[in-house]
Ligand binder design. Structure first.
Ligand code: SAH
Length: 232
């Protein structure tokens, strides 16, 4: 089994690499990919850098160059839903690009022809995640994650995204990964721990909670690997 684990920022993958301990480093396309063996799983870890384009590039490389058969994303996000607090975990059931807008031609927000608004995450991985959460006595919330090339730190913008897409959390990479995996038929799972509430305080909260929330997400991903390893 070959599994890729991706983050967007170095802070998001550092707790993973610290837990894994030993790895090799390969450089491709101005980025570093860390390869290692975890139990009987071949793992490649990488952070894409921020944004949908970087995320799509890294996901493609993880699949096409490193042979990833499943992709797990670990990182942080802003909360949209009111019951999501800093440090809470949310898994994407589906993802949407909130900044994709050709509505002047009569299309809905997030849609371009021959594509779809929502990309669904893999139900088997979502099930494995819920079982992992249960075993750890943790709550794993799930819902729609909205992705765009903007850091949302404004109540009105957040409300618009909530209303338009029924989104529960907001970040800048998930849908990029989702579209690549969907097109290439690779099951994927996007996990985020909340770092801020996408409001006027978001910039400060993000800086304060990036590390702790990244670790919460990374620790969960490793527990999930333990679960997936037993299913192989
Ligand atoms: N402080 C960083 C920039 C962080 S951008 C720097 O200066 O380099 C925010 C990152 O966290 C993105 O990778 C995004 O996926 C996620 N994120 C967390 N909260 C977010 C929010 N409120 N809006 C959008 N993305 C958010």
């Amino acid at each position: 089994m070959n599994i890729a684990i991706m983050g967007a920022m170095v802070e998001e993958i550092t707790p993973l690499l610290e837990r894994f301990g030993e790895y090799k480093t390969v450089e491709i396309a101005n980025n570093k990919f860390y390869t290692l063996k975890y139990k009987n799983i071949d793992v490649t870890v990488a952070y894409s850098k921020i944004g949908k384009v970087n995320a799509a590039l890294t996901a493609s490389i993880l699949i096409n160059r490193f042979g990833a058969e499943k992709l797990l994303f670990s990182g942080v996000a802003g909360a949209i839903r009111d019951d999501l607090h800093i440090g809470d975990l949310i898994a994407a059931e589906a993802l949407v690009q909130h900044d994709l807008d050709i509505t002047v031609f009569g299309h809905p927000y997030g849609f371009v022809p021959e594509s779809k608004v929502l990309i669904k995450a893999d139900t088997k991985l979502l099930k494995a995640a819920q079982e992992t959460a249960k075993a750890l006595n943790l709550t794993l919330k799930s819902g729609i994650i909205a992705t765009g090339d903007q850091f949302i730190c404004d109540g009105a913008k957040k409300e618009w995204i909530r209303k338009t897409f029924e989104a529960d959390a907001i970040e800048m990479e998930g849908a990029g990964v989702a579209f690549v995996c969907d097109a290439l038929n690779i099951p994927f799972f996007i996990l985020r721990a909340i770092s801020d509430a996408a409001d006027a305080h978001a910039g400060f909260d993000f800086d304060e909670f990036l590390q702790s929330s990244s670790k919460i997400s990374a620790d969960f991903i490793i527990s999930m690997l333990d679960k997936l390893e037993k299913q192989i």
